[in-house]
Design a protein around this ligand. Structure first.
Ligand SMILES: [Mg+2]
Length: 310
């Protein structure tokens, strides 16, 4: 049973109450807090030694990443982060100076984004160090694009360049908070999420939630420099396009909007965010499934997100 099958098994019986506007299944929960124009966002995310970082990872970058992952999910809802709670799983004996350095990295990023760290919890952990961050945020009522909002005919966009993040970028990525709020303010964004599992896998979440399909143009996928360099480094490396489609941890925005807004979006984006690429990678279709169009024609992408390139 994979992670997604487990989640699908657990979520149908979760208790709800009158506060829940959007529960499990999107980047953040959206909750009623009694505010006229705003709603509460709520999110949790963990990083584990040996999974998201190694013993050799500089401590400050571990703390930064743990917080940044939650910030990226708040961005996916076009929200503004507010506060965080931090839980640590600590192998014994506790390496105090390493934990202080982890906190310094986390606190620096929290200050940058005006996030208060308001408490937490520690537990002994038999083997690996891990940390979990729970975060609240706010968003304008009705303005958070959900995964279920994509419509046939939408253009599909991604920010940044994809693939090879684990070669370094995953420890230093910038959550796209300002960009996401700007997008929602100026364009009819139908669906949005942040890229954590790779474009092919994450787009599939949008397609499943929205009940539609998509076609990606291989030549349009923005491939990172790392993914291109890594592909040249040896026979075990993934082809760069496969890396851009299936590597995780990009933490860029993936969103859809009506195709008629695409040109105007690209024009205004260029002057507002000149340093960050924005790319149309394909279109939402009424025909279900995820397809890749390249010079050989159109092929269906495998369910696991992996594409076997000839
Ligand atoms: Mg997410």
């Amino acid at each position: 049973m994979n992670e997604f099958e487990l989640i699908a098994r657990l979520t149908p019986t979760l208790p709800g109450n009158a506060s829940v506007i959007v529960g499990s299944g999107d980047d953040c929960a959206i909750l009623e807090a009694g505010w006229a124009d705003q709603v509460l966002l709520f999110k949790t995310d963990a990083v584990v030694e040996g999974v998201h970082f190694t013993k050799e990872t500089p401590a400050g970058k571990i703390g930064r990443k743990a917080l940044a992952r939650c910030l990226s999910d708040i961005a996916a809802m076009a929200g503004t982060p507010v506060s965080a709670l931090v839980t640590l799983g600590l192998p014994q004996p506790v390496d105090v100076s390493r934990i202080e350095a982890i906190y310094a990295g986390m606190e620096a990023l929290a200050r940058e984004h005006g996030v208060a760290i308001v408490g937490g919890e520690t537990s002994a952990s038999p083997n690996a160090f891990w940390m979990s961050v729970a975060m609240t945020g706010t968003a304008t009522r009705g303005k958070s694009p959900l995964r279920s909002g994509a419509r046939a005919g939408d253009a599909i966009f991604v920010t940044g360049r994809l693939g090879g993040s684990l070669l370094g970028r995953h420890l230093e990525f910038e959550p796209r908070l300002i960009e996401a709020r700007w997008l929602v303010e100026h364009f009819a964004i139908n669906a949005m999420m942040d890229l954590s599992d790779g474009l092919a896998g994450d787009l599939r979440h949008i397609l499943n939630a929205s009940g539609c399909g998509a076609e990606i143009r291989a030549a349009s996928v923005p491939i990172s420099r790392e993914a291109k360099l890594h592909a040249r480094s040896g026979s075990m490396a993934k082809p760069p396009l496969a890396a851009a489609l299936t590597d995780g941890e990009d933490f860029e925005l993936l969103f859809t909007l009506p195709a008629r807004q695409a040109v105007s979006l690209l024009d205004t984006w260029k002057s507002r965010f000149p340093g960050l690429p924005l790319t149309c990678v394909g279109k939402i279709t009424s025909e279900p499934g995820l397809r890749l169009r390249d010079k050989h024609g159109v092929r269906v992408l495998a369910a696991n997100g992996y594409v076997h390139l000839a």
